[in-house]
Design a protein around this ligand. Sequence first.
Ligand SMILES: NC(=O)c1ccc[n+]([C@@H]2O[C@H](COP(=O)([O-])OP(=O)(O)OC[C@H]3O[C@@H](n4cnc5c(N)ncnc54)[C@H](O)[C@@H]3O)[C@@H](O)[C@H]2O)c1
Ligand SMILES: O=C(O)C[C@H](O)C(=O)O
Length: 346
Amino acid sequence: MRHMWSSINVEKEPVKVLVTGAAGQIGYALMPLIARGVMLGPNQPVTIHMLDIEQAAEALHGVKMELIDGTFPLLRGVVATTDVVEACSDVNIAIMLAGIPRTEGMERKDVMSRNVSIYKAQASALEQHAADDCKVLVVANPANTNALILKEFAPSIPEKNITCLTRLDHNRALGQIAEKLKVQVNDVKNIIIWGNHSSTQYPDVNHATVTTSSDERSSGERSVRHLIADDKWLNTEFITTIQQRGAAIIKARKLSSALSAASAACDHMRDWVLGTPEGTWVSMGVCSDGSYGIEPGLIYSFPVTCQNGEWSIVQGLKIDEFSRVKMDATASELLEEKSLAYSCLG
Ligand SMILES: NC(=O)c1ccc[n+]([C@@H]2O[C@H](COP(=O)([O-])OP(=O)(O)OC[C@H]3O[C@@H](n4cnc5c(N)ncnc54)[C@H](O)[C@@H]3O)[C@@H](O)[C@H]2O)c1
Ligand SMILES: O=C(O)C[C@H](O)C(=O)O
C-alpha cells in the first residue's frame, strides 16, 4: 500500500477520508472543513467516504448533494453509502462519529451499550478494508472506550494509529484561560487534558504558558498559573467548567456540541498528519505505553507532539500530588469503563 504522507508530487493524489455517522450534526459541520482543506492542508485533494445507517440514507444523500453544490476545488469525489465495506475501502483517514449522543442528565458512558457494539463491528471492516497506514480518530462517546474496543477488535491495526478526541477539551481549556486573561487564544499553549473525555478528565495548566507582548524588559512566555495568580479558581472552577462544558452545551442547545467538535477533529488530524508547531504540545487520546504510571493499553489523553505523521507523548513533566490524584482517578474510571464495555458486548 502506498504511503500518502510522504508524497512530494505537486499534483498530489487525493487522500481518502472516511466519516462515519456522516448524516449527523457533527458530520454536517465537519464535511465542509475537510473539503476546504482545513484538516489536511490547502494543497491536499481529498475524496470523502460518508457512511451512515439505512434510516439516514436519504439525509446522507442530501449532504452529498450539498458537497457537490459547494464546488470545493480540493474535493475530488464523494461516496455516500450505508455499506461499511464500501465506506472503509482504502481509506487513509477514518473519523468515527457513528453512535448516539447523550442527552441532558446523562453521563457520556450512559450511551456505552449502544455505541461500543458499533465499534466492535466497524473494527473488523477497517482492519480488512482500510489502507495499511490508516489513521483513526474516534469522536463518538464514550470516545476513549470506543477507541479501546476498536483497538482490541482490530489487532492488526497498529495501536499508534488509533486515537480518540480530547482536543475539544484542550481547546475549551485554552479558550477559558484566554477569556480569563483577556489575551488572544493563539497566545496560550501547552495546556494538558489528562485521561478520559468525561467529567473525570483533568485539565492541567501547570505547564501552560502565554506569549506576552514584548516590552523593553520582558518578552516571551510566562506561566499561566503565575499570570492568573488565583490557585483557588484554577484548582476548582476552571477544572469543573472544562469537565462540564459538554453538558452545559447540551443544556443550552438541547443538542451536543457540533461546530466546536468538528473544528477540534480537524485540529487533531491536521496536527497528527502535518505536525505540531515547535515548542507546542496538544492533547490526544492515545494508547498508553505506561508513561506517567498510566496502565499500558488504556486509551488515555496525554500531552503529545507530532512529527512526520507520528505522535509521541511528552516526557519528563513534573507531576505534583494534586495532579497525581486526578490523573489516577480518571485512569480508574477508564478501567471501569473497559469492564463495562466488555460486559455490554457480552
Ligand atoms: N469526543 C468529543 O469531544 C465529542 C464531541 C461532541 C460529540 N461527541 C459524540 O460524537 C457522536 C456524534 O455526535 P452527533 O452530534 O453528530 O450525533 P448525531 O446523532 O447527530 O449523529 C450520529 C450519526 O451516527 C449515525 N449512526 C448510528 N449508528 C451508526 C452505525 N452503526 N454506522 C454508521 N452510522 C451510524 C446516526 O444515524 C447519525 O446520523 C456522539 O456520540 C457524541 O456524543 C464527541
Ligand atoms: O458532552 C457530550 O456528550 C458531547 C461531547 O462529548 C462534548 O464534550 O461536547
